[in-house]
Write a new protein. Structure first.
Lengths: 232, 680
């Protein structure tokens, strides 16, 4: 195995920090732990980690995680950043993602799911550096899914989706016309999400497509059941 | 009783004002009356003094039997001798009555000029005439007859017999001493009537003595000597009482408008009369104008007296009123009367007349109180007007005031109730700036509402806050458990770990449910409203329920396939989810849950009904509040948030939600306004 990936966890709750660290270490990552913004930034000045997991609420600093994310993003545009927080409000999620985070996870997520997310992010990062392969692509009309890199294109324009969103689009587009219920979408996204969160995710996905193509209507809501991808 | 009625009732108290005024007027009136009485007493005393010099005019002989006395009524005009009483210018009551065989015998004696007049009305079932050609002068003649008996104190001096041969004019037979002869100076007329006969006669006064009596003799047949009805019971008739021209001339000057003088002898027989109490100089026309209700007011408000008709000179010629009777006994007495028809009062004084130590008679003065009447009349009218205006004004002001008060209170209570219903925290209550008690009430209401609002807000955010605060420790538990799974555990330990994890998962579900409400609120804020067909959305949703709840039967029907509303479809569906969930939880397996969509007025009405236990009344309004559950069984993960979320969504769409019991079950109803017709 090559040099292990370094993951930085910025979390003020010691027990959670240590539990996450143990899980990551078990997966073979090396982990740096910080309990506040200041020590984390000091350390990042010296050396950037390969991935950062940030809690929004940091000691005495209610939105310290957001500030940290903004700082980091300005310094390293490619650095994968995951918010892992108890704050599950829609507004917080939108703010976090707008600051350039790659994913916004609530602490409901199980450790195995978290591990999967992190692994996926690394995989995408790796795939970005490799030349693009044909075999891992799904094309549905205007939609083009690169499963390796976890990127989406619509009418040849890149659609900036988070991992969760990507997996949802993937689950829907793989079998066009089939209704995917919320549970299925949740499983695909490897997350524990409530109905309203799924609804907001779908909305956000639609909005991102609509930003490119105002006539976008490929994701249909089937009331009471779920969603389906309509191919042309 | 509401405030307005209460105050209106209180305003009735102003009616005390006219009452007090009336009391005052009464007092005034009786004081005036008394004054008048005293003045009259003075006058009466003076007249009595001046009359004491005419003792001869009063028949002061001690007449032991006054019952046999007759009164010679002064006649205003000369009557025709025709058997009719009409032209006597006397009231019917002037007739004296005595007992006859077949009924009362009525008679009267009148005086005019040098003649005395006799009128007799006899009831007689069987008339017996002397017959034509009979010798009426004969002593043994049998017939119905009338006798006029004249005499002095000691003996009968002459008897005049009226015997009819037939109806019509007849001659009188003079029986003075033993002689019997036709008296041509007397003219008489006999008239048959349905019940008997009437006799009218004119007798020159010089034929008569001082005492006079009337006898009617009723004969049955030839052999019947006749039964006599007599005006006197003694040996000789009573003295004929009559007016005295001298006394009349003496008192004449005293008569004034509204003042009546009457002089009587010791027996009460009227010797002279002047003036009239009921007529007054002041014109009574104006009083007529002051309408009928004034009279009613009089009779109700003023002190009622004896009927004033009683004060009139007695038609029999003999004054018999109580106050006169007492004056006849030597005491000065006064009295007063009031007319029930016009409210006029008559003050009367009776003053004995003394000649030396002997009481010769009584002078009676009566004065009509026209002056008092008009005085009180004016005062009363004014009082009535003023107090009526005052009462009306007071009532109107009080009514207005109370209306205003109750309006303020009703507005306040309405606003408070409204604020309570709509769960408003900060609310502008009416009268909040007022300085009075209602202002205080308003401010304390606002305070209570604010505190209640804060409490509700706290309760509403409690779930979200709790879930947020508990999420971190829960994460510690779950992540620790997940890490623990990677450790070498004994089978026993693994079992416990698994159980702990189950528990943690359940806890997590509960926390998610708790934060759902705040998420819905948040979604609602950011939701983009779109127009969608509610019917289609519900059709597909209810179809999905069949799969989700396999042990219930779901039915959906709708009276219109084209009901569109503005809103967030996911949220509306979520609301329906909550209602369906609620219906499932309250019903038993294999029960039917029916969902209906109908268009009522401008509302899309969704009802979800299920069989099951009825809702307790006391919970009906709280049902849709946060953390309220009417469930008595403690089933899994039920926090009473489902219906709260349904309400949030319904109200977020400008709709409403309500619950009701129906026969054997429960129905929930959501009303959402339909979208305005699309402009084409």
């Amino acid at each position: 195995m090559a040099m292990s990936k370094r993951i930085a966890i910025v979390e003020d709750e010691a027990a959670i920090r240590e539990n996450y660290a143990a899980a990551f270490r078990r997966e073979g990552y090396s982990v740096d732990l910080y309990d506040a913004r200041k020590p984390a930034m000091d350390a990042f000045d010296v050396r950037l980690p390969d991935l950062v997991v940030i809690d929004v609420n940091l000691k005495d600093d209610v939105e310290g995680g957001f500030d940290l994310c903004r700082d980091l993003r300005s310094r390293a545009s490619e650095l994968p950043i995951i918010f892992l927080t108890a704050r599950d409000s829609e507004f917080d999620a939108v703010s976090g993602l707008r600051l350039g985070a790659d994913d916004y996870l609530t602490k409901d997520i199980s450790l195995p799911h978290l591990m999967a997310r992190v692994a996926a992010l690394f995989r995408r990062l790796d795939a970005m550096q490799k030349p693009q392969g044909e075999e891992n692509r799904i094309t549905r009309g205007d939609l083009e899914l690169d499963i390796e890199r976890m990127t989406v294109r619509w009418q040849d324009n890149a659609v900036g989706l988070t991992l969760t969103e990507f997996w949802m689009v993937h689950a829907l587009a793989r079998y066009p016309g089939h209704v995917k219920n919320r549970q299925q979408l949740m499983d695909a996204a490897q997350a524990v999400l409530d109905d309203n969160t799924i609804t907001s995710h779908v909305k956000r996905i639609r909005r991102k497509f609509v930003a490119i193509d105002p006539d976008f209507a490929a994701i249909e809501t089937v009331y009471g059941m779920g969603y389906r991808w309509l191919s042309d | 009783m509401n405030l307005r009625r209460q105050l209106l009732l209180v305003s009735l108290l102003t009616l005390v004002l006219p009452w007090a005024g009336c009391q005052f007027i009464r007092e005034t009136e009786s004081a005036l009356r008394e004054g008048q009485q005293q003045m009259l007493s003075g006058t009466a005393l003076a007249i009595a003094d001046s009359l004491s010099q005419f003792p001869d005019e009063f028949s002061i002989q001690p007449t032991t039997d006054t019952s046999g006395q007759l009164y010679g009524h002064p006649l205003a005009s000369e009557p025709l001798i025709d058997g009719y009483f009409d032209d006597w210018s006397l009231p019917q009551e002037s007739l004296r009555s005595m007992r006859g065989v077949d009924g009362p015998v009525e008679f009267a004696i009148g005086l005019r000029g040098q003649h005395a007049y006799l009128y007799v009305d006899v009831r007689d079932d069987k008339l017996v005439y002397a017959g034509p050609g009979a010798n009426v002068v004969a002593a043994d003649i049998y017939s119905d007859r009338v006798m006029l008996i004249s005499g002095n104190e000691s003996q009968i001096t002459s008897v005049f017999d009226f015997v009819a041969e037939a109806p019509g004019s007849l001659v009188a037979i003079n029986r003075t001493g033993d002689q019997r002869f036709v008296e041509p100076r007397i003219s008489a007329h006999w008239e048959d009537t349905a019940s008997g006969y009437r006799l009218e006669a004119r007798v020159p006064q010089h034929l008569l003595d001082s005492h006079l009596g009337v006898v009617a003799s009723n004969t049955g047949d030839k052999d019947d000597p006749g039964i006599r009805s007599s005006s006197f019971s003694g040996r000789v008739p009573g003295r004929l009482a009559m007016t005295s021209p001298l006394l009349q001339s003496v008192i004449g000057p005293y008569a004034q408008p509204g003042l009546r003088l009457i002089i009587t002898d010791r027996a009460g027989w009227r010797l002279a009369q002047a003036g009239d109490a009921s007529r007054s100089s002041s014109d009574t026309q104006s009083n007529e104008m002051s309408s009928r209700w004034m009279l009613m007011a009089y009779s109700m408000l003023l002190e009622p007296g004896k009927e004033s008709l009683l004060a009139e000179p007695h038609p029999s010629g003999r004054e018999q009123q109580t106050y006169v009777a007492r004056a006849l006994n030597g005491e000065r007495e006064s009295s007063w009367f009031r007319s029930s028809s016009d409210g006029r009062a008559v003050v009367a004084v009776a003053q004995p007349i003394w000649s030396g130590t002997v009481q010769t008679g009584v002078v009676i003065l009566q004065q009509g109180t026209d002056a008092i009447l008009s005085l009180t009349n004016q005062a009363l009218t004014r009082l009535m007007n003023f107090t009526l205006i005052a009462t009306l004004a007071a009532a109107a002001v009080l009514l207005g005031y109370s209306s205003w008060l109750s309006l303020r209170i009703r507005r306040l209570s309405g606003a408070a109730e409204n604020a309570l219903d709509q769960d408003k925290v900060q609310v502008e209550l009416p009268s909040a700036l007022a300085n009075d008690e209602i202002g205080d009430l308003s401010r304390s209401f606002a305070n209570v509402l604010r505190q209640l609002g804060e409490y509700n807000q706290y309760l509403r955010s409690l779930a979200a806050r709790l879930s947020h605060e508990m999420r971190t420790p829960l994460t510690i538990v779950t992540s620790s458990l997940e890490n623990l799974e990677h450790e070498a555990l004994t089978d026993e330990a693994a079992k416990y770990t698994a159980r702990a994890k189950d528990g943690a998962v359940r806890l997590q579900k509960i926390l998610n449910a708790m934060s759902e409400a705040s998420k819905v609120e948040e979604l609602m804020e950011h939701a983009e409203s779109e127009r969608f067909n509610l019917h289609d959305a519900l059709t597909s949703t209810v179809a999905a329920y069949g799969d989700a709840y396999r042990d219930r039967y779901f039915s959906f029907d709708s009276n219109s396939a084209n009901i569109e509303i503005e809103g967030a479809p996911e949220l509306v569906i979520q609301m329906l989810d909550k209602l369906a969930e609620n219906a499932v939880e309250f019903s038993e397996p294999d029960d039917s849950i029916s969902i209906r969509l109908s268009l009522i007025a401008a509302d899309a009405v969704i009802t979800v009904s299920n069989p099951g236990p009825p809702l307790p009344d006391r919970m009906r309004t709280q049902l849709f509040d946060s953390l309220v559950s009417v469930r008595d069984t403690n089933r899994d993960k039920h926090l009473g948030l489902g219906l709260f979320i349904a309400r949030l969504i319904a109200e977020g769409h400008q709709g409403s939600i309500s619950a009701d019991n129906i026969d054997g079950g429960v129905v929930f109803e959501v009303r959402l306004p339909v979208a305005r017709p699309r402009q084409s």
